[in-house]
Design a binder for this molecule. Structure first.
Ligand code: FAD
Length: 597
């Protein structure tokens, strides 16, 4: 298994130098305590926890998996003990609000912990990870009583949360869901139905689990307008907050699956379980979007985690493994062969992983800061940041998970045949990474959300919010040395607006043109977005080198990686542009019957 070391230098670069967090948080009421020193200290402690407690359990989780019995689900050896330590150290409460018992740190700081936990052991990280979504949902839509009963214990980590949407016949199209909620005389609801694929749905880490469940009230209209949202605890909670009787919700089985074996993916049966309505009746899907948006950013981090994890494994191997000689003459003349890192093709894979990981880190930490502005900024700032998140969340979720999978595959390839062998741990990363493109809305669904609801649905307004940032950056950075990054970024920004209009016009003639372009458009948008962050990082690095900053090698490495990104990855936009504008006929003209021929 590759050893995980938290990339502290790069995380600090992103948070402090690129995103100037201290300056931002000093101006956001409630976050003034988040100085650079405090953030760095928290991240360093978090790194120790991830490296020492969680990384060693990653392989154990994969090999042992979770075990179901009628008494419940046993998580892999060491998982529950690590969770207890995590709670004792106060990590679950890091970025929850102070009123709810949290430590009130910005989301960005919480996200840095999620990155390290997830890179060390994604399956383990999903148990506390889902609780964040439950906390945000109850915070945003719960009644004072519900907050009192459920929120503090979720915030402290004493209990965990789940997200119960999917049923066997529907995952994407939640309008089809059938779970029922019957009102009871005491104001509660009786929930009946079956949910499948529920992550962390049952486990042995906590005494209680708080399920956030979508269900239909009697006589609710069909479709998404007839869905309501409920809190359903695994164990009922008495008025004084203590635990009562077991509720009628049970894990019927767990799935055998391709990866993330350490996380229990559960079939949950609700047999007249007691539930409590959150938010207005029939507006459940709107309320659940609070959970889904948290989970989408969480899943984007999964992409980053696998980029980083696979890069670290591949880099160590590439320096150590000897094969053949460098094309330009021996680099290890005293040895029988050169280390494979001398070969251009191995470097192509390593630099792809590095450029994707560092670019994605900048992107997702920026997005977390936008979340902090939404919660603690002025009304106007919050509105702008909310718009920014609306546009960028589907891009982050789908682009970063697709490329997380690509990076994981490069990791296997760098190891040659050994990458395919379990012992080295690289194939586990591929298996664990694959789910990220599926759950929390598949890539195709994120792409439709981006082009349909966000870009065309806002008449381009949301897109122009972000391209406005690119314009400002390009106007402010006119130094000749930066032109290699700024000029192509500016040209691509113009092209991005242009192709969006072209797709919009084509879709007015034939709506299938939007669906046909969607995934290519999303990936194109992802590459341009990352180009913006890479250009910003390159400018800072160039300035630091000119100032003679002591850490020159780090900044030179940044500049070289930026150059690699612009010359080797960004040109992928050219083929994406061609395919996204090729129309819908090449997909739709074939009659269904001809697929069988
Ligand atoms: C390991 C694991 C963990 C999970 N965890 C959870 C969880 O905690 N909670 C939860 O509620 N769910 C969870 N899920 C469920 C997951 O979110 C769904 O599987 C996912 O949303 C896709 O739904 P589906 O499987 O029903 O696929 P379908 O909806 O049947 O989709 C099948 C294919 O059709 C495509 N498709 C569907 N409609 C369209 C369209 N209009 N346009 C273009 N393409 C379309 C999809 O993109 C996909 O490629 C989990 C799943 C797994 C495997």
């Amino acid at each position: 298994m590759p050893e995980y070391r938290a990339p502290l230098r790069d995380m600090s670069f992103v948070m402090n130098e690129l995103l100037e967090s201290e300056k931002l948080y000093q101006g956001l009421p409630g976050y003034e305590e988040a100085t650079a020193d405090l953030i760095n200290a928290i991240v360093e402690e978090g790194a120790k926890f991830a490296e020492q407690e969680l990384a060693p359990l990653n392989r154990v989780g994969d090999e042992e998996g979770c075990v179901w019995s009628e008494d419940g689900v046993k998580t892999p050896e060491g998982f529950a003990a690590a969770y207890s330590k995590y709670v004792e150290n106060g990590w679950p409460a890091l970025s929850a609000s102070v009123e709810d018992g949290g430590q009130g740190m910005p989301n960005m700081v919480g996200l840095s912990m999620t990155e390290m936990v997830g890179s060390a052991n994604w399956s383990w990280g999903m148990y506390p990870g889902l609780s964040h979504g439950a906390v945000n949902t109850i915070e945003a839509h719960g009644s004072p009583e519900q907050k009192e009963h459920f929120l503090t214990k979720l915030v402290s980590g004493e209990w965990t949360g789940t997200m119960c949407l999917t049923e066997s016949h529907c995952g994407t199209d939640l309008g089809l869901l059938r779970t029922k909620a019957e009102p009871q005389a005491d104001g509660s609801y009786s929930i009946t139905g079956q949910k499948i694929f529920i992550s962390a749905g049952e486990h042995d880490m906590t005494d209680n689990i708080v399920h956030i469940v979508l269900a239909r009230l009697p006589d609710a209209p069909a479709g998404t307008g007839g869905i309501s949202l409920f809190i359903v605890p695994k164990v009922n909670v008495k008025d004084d907050g203590s635990l009562g009787e077991r509720n009628a919700v049970n894990c019927a089985s767990i799935e055998e699956k391709m990866g993330i074996h350490g996380n229990a993916t559960c079939v949950l049966n609700f047999d007249g379980a007691t539930g409590y309505l959150i938010g207005p009746p029939n507006k459940g899907l709107n309320c659940m979007f609070t959970f889904m948006n948290t989970a989408r950013i969480g899943t984007a981090i999964q992409g980053l985690a696998h980029m980083e994890q696979s890069y670290q494994g591949a880099l160590a191997y590439a320096k150590d493994r000897l094969a053949m000689r460098s094309l330009t003459g021996p680099k290890n003349p005293d040895g029988p062969a050169d280390p494979i890192i001398v070969h251009p093709d191995v470097r192509r894979m390593l630099l792809t992983q590095k450029a994707l990981a560092e670019g994605s880190r900048a992107f997702i930490y920026f997005l977390a800061q936008q979340g902090d502005i939404v919660s603690n900024g002025s009304e106007e700032e919050a509105k702008q940041a909310d718009d920014m998140m609306a546009l960028l969340t589907p891009i982050a979720k789908a682009f970063m998970t697709e490329l997380g999978f690509e990076a994981a595959n490069h990791g296997v390839q760098v190891f040659g045949g050994h990458g395919f062998i379990r012992e080295w741990g690289m194939e586990q990363i591929v298996r664990d990474a694959r789910i990220a493109m599926l759950y929390e809305g598949t890539t195709g669904i994120q792409a439709m959300d981006l082009i349909g609801r966000k870009v065309l649905g806002s008449g381009g307004k949301l897109l122009m919010g972000f391209t406005g940032l690119i314009d400002t950056f390009c106007e402010e950075n006119t130094a000749e040395e930066d032109a290699q990054f700024v000029a192509p970024l500016k040209a691509l920004k113009d092209e991005w607006l242009g192709v969006s209009m072209q797709i919009g016009e084509a879709a007015m003639e034939n709506p299938d043109c939007a669906g046909a372009a969607a995934v290519d458009y999303l990936m194109y948008s992802g590459y341009v977005t990352l180009a913006y962050f890479w250009a910003r990082m390159a400018v800072i690095a160039r300035e630091k080198i000119a100032e003679g900053d002591g850490d020159t090698s780090f900044y030179e490495g940044k500049l070289m990686t930026a150059q690699f990104y612009f010359e080797r990855l960004l040109p992928r936009t050219e083929s994406l542009k061609t395919t996204m504008l090729s129309g819908a006929d090449n997909l739709m003209q074939m009659p269904e019957a001809m697929f069988d021929l």
